[in-house]
Design a protein around this ligand. Structure first.
Ligand code: PLP
Length: 394
């Protein structure tokens, strides 16, 4: 087995799914976003999420859809991006729900889909300027054309460009959404969804929406906005926010949502060597670290080849329950850690997970949370553990 690998805890994923579907049961549907190889967890993760109560999923590409279908052949699956229409037959065989958000594309779809039946979600663009109809009458015409052609418009949705934490753009998008979907009879459309995890946790339910999409949060990361800490400066920030909230009539923000989530991914490695370094000696590439006393260092066979990034802005690893700093630059396949006498060769080291939160990890690597998660998940061998079924496999 590889010395460095990611462990995916499937029972944690089922648990998170249960927590979220219970907490947000005022939504009729929650869509689990499992694009990008289920955020680096692999499609076994989708099965665990499904077991925990997520009943609808979404991916980006046909290749992802195919891998999803290997584990969940019949669960509804929405494509977040327009598929190549030459592949309509494949999409039909895979029972995919398609997203349509463009007039030209719609017309080609209507012509090519004559011998098929599809469920479709209409995409609406309210200010992201990526995918979706921006025009109210085009949206209404799309509904009519699809219905006339025998397809079912099952959903309508948009995507937020911002988290809506004191920015008027979020509320503007909500307003614009209502305006655009007034072209549709929403009683005839089963699913109306607007946001992702951040808006689900950080905002009150928008009355129009009966469905929300969620990614990061299902994998165990609480993406709700947090309160400012104590102190005068933070009290002033709170007052300033309240002022802007009133002045621009921004929708309220829900902070510090309590959710009992368990991060599902752990990146593990092992100590492969220990070395004494004398006071004054340098460690690693470019002599970035100089020992200011006699120290012991441990070598871990994990580097930027394992998706941890090359930067070291205060990276820590956990060995035997204690935290130790990575010193010097991160190498392609190795890292050097300043340890103490308690650490032995072959001890397990945790680079992400355990006491190392994704926040800590991503800050030390100068990545965003999602980027860090994907990078680690996609660049390592995976093992799956499942305490509910007591299974471990690769
Ligand atoms: C990725 C994605 C999501 C999930 O976002 P999270 O921030 O991970 O919750 C939701 N909707 C769309 C359209 C997406 O592309």
């Amino acid at each position: 087995m590889a010395e460095t690998y990611v462990e995916i805890n499937l029972s944690a994923l089922s648990h998170n799914a249960r927590v979220l579907t219970e907490k947000y049961n005022d939504y009729d549907y929650l869509i689990g976003v499992v694009k990008a190889d289920a955020y680096g967890h692999g499609y076994e993760a989708a099965k665990a999420l499904h077991r925990g109560g997520v009943g609808y999923f979404a991916v980006s590409s046909m290749e992802e859809a195919a891998r999803f279908r290997e584990v969940l052949p019949d669960v509804p699956l929405l494509m977040l991006q327009p598929i190549e229409l030459e592949r309509l037959n494949e999409a039909y065989e895979m029972k995919l729900t398609l997203a349509i958000g463009d007039r030209e594309y719609l017309h080609r779809f209507i012509v090519l889909s004559k011998n098929y039946y599809f469920k479709v979600h209409l995409q609406v663009d309210t200010g992201f300027n990526r995918l979706g109809f921006k025009d109210r009458s085009e949206l209404g015409a799309a509904f009519d054309a699809l219905t006339a052609a025998g397809h079912t418009v099952e959903g309508v949705y948009q995507h937020f460009a911002t988290a809506g934490i004191f920015d008027p753009h979020f509320d503007e998008q909500v307003r614009r959404f209502s305006e655009l979907v007034s072209a549709l009879d929403l009683k005839k459309i089963e699913m109306v969804h607007m946001g992702s995890g951040v808006s689900l946790l950080g905002h009150e339910k928008i009355p129009l929406a009966n469905c929300a999409r969620m990614g990061m949060v299902m994998y165990g990361y609480n993406v709700s906005p947090s309160s400012y800490g104590g102190g005068l400066k933070n009290r002033l920030r709170t007052l300033r926010d309240r002022y802007f909230q009133k002045k621009y009539r921004l929708s309220p923000i829900i902070r510090d949502v309590e959710l009992d989530l368990i991060p599902a991914m752990t990146l593990k490695s092992r100590v492969i060597a220990l070395k004494k370094v004398r006071k004054g000696e340098y460690v690693g590439y470019d002599c970035l670290y100089r020992a200011d006393e006699d120290i012991t260092v441990a070598v871990l066979p994990v580097g930027y080849n394992n998706g941890i990034g090359q930067k070291n802005l205060g990276r820590m690893v956990e060995i035997g329950g204690r935290l130790y700093p990575v010193i010097g630059a991160v190498g392609m396949n190795m890292s050097i850690v300043k340890v103490d006498e308690t650490v032995k060769v072959y001890d397990e080291a945790i680079l992400l997970g355990g006491r190392i939160t994704l926040g800590m990890f991503s800050r030390s690597a100068d990545m965003t949370l999602a980027e860090a998660l994907l990078s680690v998940g996609k660049n390592n061998e995976r093992i799956y553990i499942d305490s509910e079924g007591e299974k471990i496999w690769r």
